[in-house]
Ligand binder design. Sequence first.
Ligand SMILES: [Zn+2]
Length: 263
Amino acid sequence: MALVPHWKQPSHPEIQEVIINEAEFTSKSLSRVTLPPFALYAKLDFPPCTRADEATYATVQMGNNEHLNLNSDLLYINHSCEPSVIFDTANRCVIAGPKGLQAGEELTFFYPSTEWHMAQPFDCLCGKPTCRGRISGAKDMTDAQLEGVWLNGHIRDLLLERKQQTAVGVKTNGEVVSENGTAPVNGHHAEQEHQADQTTKALEDAVLQAEKVVEAARHALFSYIRQTGGTKNGPAGAQRRGPTSRELSGEMGGDTNGNAIAV
Ligand SMILES: [Zn+2]
């Protein structure tokens, strides 16, 4: 699949030198300008950019289900694990990386900083000390692989969602499940959802702690009842059961004081 440009070249002659190689996917481009850290390199204007519903080799992801066709030589900016530029999709621009940009330096960006899913993962040959090796969409990369690099907001939101879904899985085993924990985070309200989820998490932790206290008291109460023979109907408090009482029920199964622990 060779890239066939459909736009007038060069599209950014003042700032970019494109070096086309005959072999597929070995083209690259160099900066013609020197910029301080995070300075504007190029805007992602509409046009030439157009919206796309799905990712292709020629698109950059802008949101959960939003992609854009670059329709320019900016497409020749390769991946690097220590990139020289950042695609800031929220602000629709390309900016210099944290070390700034030198004229003659290769233009590179970190593909998973925009792409959640990549149809064609590849093995990175950037040779940098921090090379991540296999480069895929952020979805298929570990937190460690995504550390230390600038990521766009939509990727951060999706990573948070991935983390929460993992956390909900753990909580399911711990018998506490967030009521909305499995609902996908809506990109438009991700920040509010994030705060709501933090509150939910704090309350779940509080419930778990309270249940531990109740369970400890119940254990103490039952052991006291066993020692003393108990009362005929058992203590009223022991009949109110929390959601984590299944453990206790198992432990106490077959106990002669069955009435006291019946639900
Ligand atoms: Zn690399």
